[in-house]
Structure formats: structure tokens, C-alpha cells
Design a protein around this ligand. Sequence first.
Ligand code: 2M8
Length: 444
Amino acid sequence: MSAEIDPDVPSDDAASRALAQLRANDLGAFVRPAERQYPHQWNWDAALIALGLAPHDPDRARHEVRALLRGAWADGMVPHILYHLGPSDYRPAPSFWRTEGRHPAGLPTSGLSQPPILASCLLRMHDDASERDRPAWRAFLDETFDAVLAWHRWWHRDRDPAQRGLVALLHPWESGTDDAPRFADALARVEPRPVPDFERADRVHVAAAERPSDDDYARFVHLIGVYRELAWRPKAIFAAAPFRVLDPFLNAILQRADADLARIARLLGRPADELDAWQDATRHAYARLWNDETGTFDAWDDRAGTRLGSSGIASFAALWGRLADRRQATRLHDALDDPTGYAPPAGGALLATTRFDDPAFAPRRYWRGPVWIVTNWMAADGFDAAGYPGAAARLRRDALELTERHGFWEHYDPRDGTPGGASGFSWSAALSLVLRRGTKAVTA
Ligand code: 2M8
């Protein structure tokens, strides 16, 4: 269906196409992230899909969030993949994780988590609702509050046991930006053992050149092998993790989500002190990720005790998390206009995942170069808040143009906008609805 999209159609038609894409991906129990590539429910995809659907079909949006929270473990962790409908041609298969005894009865899940963007989406669904819908959203904030808070507690307790103010990723999949160049050095230190019961199946519907390399994948799978042997016990896997990274992307999303959950708490008349304390600790620790030489927020390899380079898109998340000061925001803004940084050539689009002059930049390979609609949306929000409405408008315009010209793909080549990755990609459709709502509000 994406090939039928005409860039000149009025935006209401474009919105209908986005809703049609989400309907096509709706499997009843949940909306799959893409028509073929991702047949299960993914954590942050679900939150973004719900946000897109909320004003059009609030009941369906709430159903999506309920389905996600049904996967929560007893310790509060909300997993990154939920296999509601059992096995499929996707790998890892549910049984590969060996999470029995940890996942809820009858709902197999992965053993990892993903960016906790849910609280931020929930607050927006409530705030953007019509007068008529708002009471139902308020009731839904109340219904979901304890589960979301328990998940944030899990991050701050089990992924920051020494209370340093930054939570750790134990697997690149937990960042949502799986093969991002900033993880390369930390992954290179992982020595993968072959895992006998695993075979890659992610290159059937998507070109191999647009998926992570075999080297990366061997390590992704090896890490799961290590953790499943430790029965996913939080203390044990934290201590043994061959890959442990303090990531500016994940921590910025958590910071914003803590702030948004604190707003929800106040709205509901619940205490917010714990949420406020987490934000103070994170703000303090996050400042140390800043690299004044490069003008980036860098990830930290918690195993080697070293700074990781190739920060790319992760730096811009600091704006989403309201974690960049005025000078840092200006440095990030400057990189948008720098052709060796992120300024696209004529006919291209903001915002590449990696700087154009980074040796790791790969314009069509997954999280190593392409433009993703989610990161444009986050960066636009951040630049608006930092006092750069022009940059925010460019980011929104480029994202909308990409989806209108090419349809809803997983990502787009920043040099010429050509689409790549999975077709029929749900969050590109969902966020096009969100961006269009934002654009309308600004121009109204
Ligand atoms: C991608 O990740 C999965 C593994 O979790 C995969 O490559 O198979 C990532 O882009 C992730 O951020 C996203 O949530 C998921 C589904 O869209 O796909």
C-alpha cells in the first residue's frame, strides 16, 4: 500500500492512510510493529502506537497499553517482546528466552526491557484528549499508575543498584537502537560463544544490508545465552553482564518518563517524592556524560570504565529528557546545520542516526545512519523546549514528508529519503498522526 501514497494528497487523506496502516497491523490482541518483520508486541512500539491511535480510537489505544502491561513481571519489569499469540517465524522464539517462572502465566516474554517511554505517552494521551474523553483517560492513568511506577522502580533499583543516578543497559536491544555505533566498542569486548539453538530469521522480509551485521547478531544472541543461564536473576545478570552500558538515550527517556509520571502522580493526588528524587539524581549524573570536545552526550562502558564514541542520535535525546543546558543545546543545534554533522544534502532529510562524517555512518543500515520517525519526533520536541522552534519545525516537516512521499517504512536514507527496513511500519504511521496534530496546533 505504501507505493500508492501520493505526496500531494491533502493531509486528511494521509491521516486516513496512517490509520489504515495501523488497522492492517492490528491482530486483535495487539498491533504488530510491522506487517511482516515483527509479528509480536514490542514495548516502546506499543506505547507509540497507542499515542497515535488515542484521539481516533481511545478504547483501542487503552487496549494496547493494557496488553503491554499484562506482560509485566512480578518485580515490575515490563519486557521488550510479548508473545501473545505464541511462536511465529520471528527469532528469538518464545522458548529461546527460558523466562518460564518469571513471565506471567500463559504470556511468554523476552527477558529484557526497552525504553520506558510509556509514561510520557500516557500523559500526552490524557492532556491531548477532548473534554469528553478526558475523564476516561484520567481513570486510565489511575488504573495503570502502579504498574508503570513499579517498572520505573525496577529500572532504578535493579539497573542502578549502587544508586549512581544512571541505569545500565545489559543488552543493546534494551536501548531500542540495537546496532547503534555507540555500542560498537563495548560489544567488541564481548566474546561470543555459538548458541546452538539459534538461527537468524530477520533477513527474510528485509534486505541483509539493512539489518545488523552477523558480528553484532552473534553478540546479541550470546548475551541472551549468558542471562538465561543465570535464570534472569537481576543481581546475578547485572554482576555477570559482559555488556553493561550507561546510555544517554535510555537515561534521557527514563528521566522524561519520571518527570511525566510525577505530573501524573500530582494529577491523581498521589505522592511524587520518589519520582522527584530520581530526577535529581539523574540530572546530576547525566551531566558527566557531556563531552565538551565533541559537543555530545556519550555513552559510558561500565565494564571497561571508558567513554564510548559515536554518540549520534543519542545526544539529541538529552533535549527530550530536558537534560541539556543552554550551551549544550546550542552545540547540538549547530550540528544540524553542519554538512559534516547532520545537515542533509539537497533532496535528503533530517535527522540521520549517525553524523555524516562518522566512519561508522551507514546510510541504509538500521540504527547506523537512517532517519527514524521516532527520533525526529523526540528531537523536535526537545528543540522546541530548548528555544529552537525553527529546528523543531524542520524535523517535523522532514518526517512528515518522508511518510507522505514513501509511506510508512521502518527508516529512510538521510541522503535522498529512500525508504528501507520493514514496510508497513506501525510507529511511522502512528507518529505521522501525532506530528500532523502537532503541526496543526502550531499553524492554527
Ligand atoms: C527492533 O528490534 C528488534 C529486537 O528487539 C529486532 O531487530 O528484531 C528495534 O528497532 C526496536 O527498537 C523495535 O522496538 C523493534 C520492533 O519495531 O525492532
